[in-house]
Write a protein that binds this ligand. Structure first.
Ligand code: NAD
Length: 269
């Protein structure tokens, strides 16, 4: 089979540049296009030069439709409004759409689900092998440890530029804990605490968010009981791990029937 042609949207972003480098270093895939938002200063620049891998002959464009038309898949780490639009274009082009963007609302997710009738979409708050394995372990621990005995808290820290909270990964881990306890996360999650909050509601899944510096992604799920505490953690040391997971998801999705899939489907957990 020929190399899979991938478009990077949000090509000038932190993840966009990392994705361009990862595609360049990965056999079986090639950069078929690079897209940025209209008005971005990088439009027209060579994507390889921007990402630091040398000239690739792919200019950054602000017109996604013709770029999608000549690609097999799209790697998307942008913002929710753009991701929803790209899902529609991926459906028109009937290609693979790998979505790493976080902070999508329920309405955004419904539109992505509609696009998945015609596009093969893999969406995950975290593309790394480690976090997806961690989610499976959290689900198992939450199932084993009763809510009367153990309280669950999800703690995360990210760099100062991150615009959404809690992180997509924290929510993914919270959902895994809720699945283990067979409850709906939305009904049990505590996202903020300030002032006289009263005691902790039994069975709640709490979230705490730290922001600062250049931290790529730190997550811990704490299961706190009387006299003992279990802490399951993941530390991301390099963005390239999300990029290689995204490429793996695209290759997995090639030729697969349209639908909305998760990274756990890709990794088989
Ligand atoms: P960033 O701000 O550095 O990059 C986002 C890029 O998207 C910017 O260059 C921006 O100009 C571009 N963009 C915005 N609107 C656009 C549009 N309409 N068309 C084309 N490009 C557009 O952010 P980042 O740190 O690279 O993170 C991006 C997203 O990926 C965030 O939601 C982040 O939480 C998420 N993320 C997910 C994972 C994962 O494994 N799922 C890992 C890291 C980051």
């Amino acid at each position: 089979m020929s190399d899979m042609g991938l478009v990077v949207v949000g090509a000038a972003g932190r993840m966009g540049r990392t994705l361009i480098r990862a595609i360049h270093d990965t056999p079986g895939v090639r950069l078929a296009g690079a897209v940025e938002r209209r008005g971005a200063g990088e439009i027209g620049t060579d994507a390889g030069e921007l990402a630091g891998v040398g000239r690739l002959g792919v200019a950054i464009s602000d017109d996604p439709l013709p770029v999608f038309a000549r690609a097999d898949g799209v790697l998307d780490f942008t913002v929710p409004a753009a991701t929803v639009e790209f899902a529609g274009y991926a459906a028109q082009a009937r290609i693979v759409h790998v979505i790493g963007t976080t902070g999508c609302t329920a309405e955004d997710d419904a539109r992505i689900q509609t696009a998945a009738r015609h596009a093969t979409i893999v969406k995950s708050g975290n593309m790394s092998l480690g976090v997806n394995l961690l989610a499976a372990l959290v689900e198992q621990a939450a199932r084993a440890l009763a809510p009367e005995d153990f309280d669950i808290e999800v703690l995360e820290m990210h760099h100062r530029h991150k615009i959404d909270a809690p992180s997509g990964t924290a929510l993914l881990l919270g959902k895994a804990a809720a699945a283990g306890r067979q409850i709906a996360l939305e009904e049990k999650s505590v996202r903020q605490r300030d002032g006289v909050t009263g005691p902790r509601p039994q069975g709640a899944i709490g979230f705490a968010t730290l922001r600062g510096g250049s931290v790529i992604g730190e997550h811990s799920v704490v299961l706190a009981g009387a006299g003992e505490r279990l802490v399951l953690s993941h530390h991301a040391e390099d963005r390239s791990l999300f990029a290689s997971g995204a490429i793996k998801a695209a290759l997995w999705g090639r030729g697969r029937k349209p639908g909305l899939y998760s990274m756990r489907d890709v990794l088989g957990f």
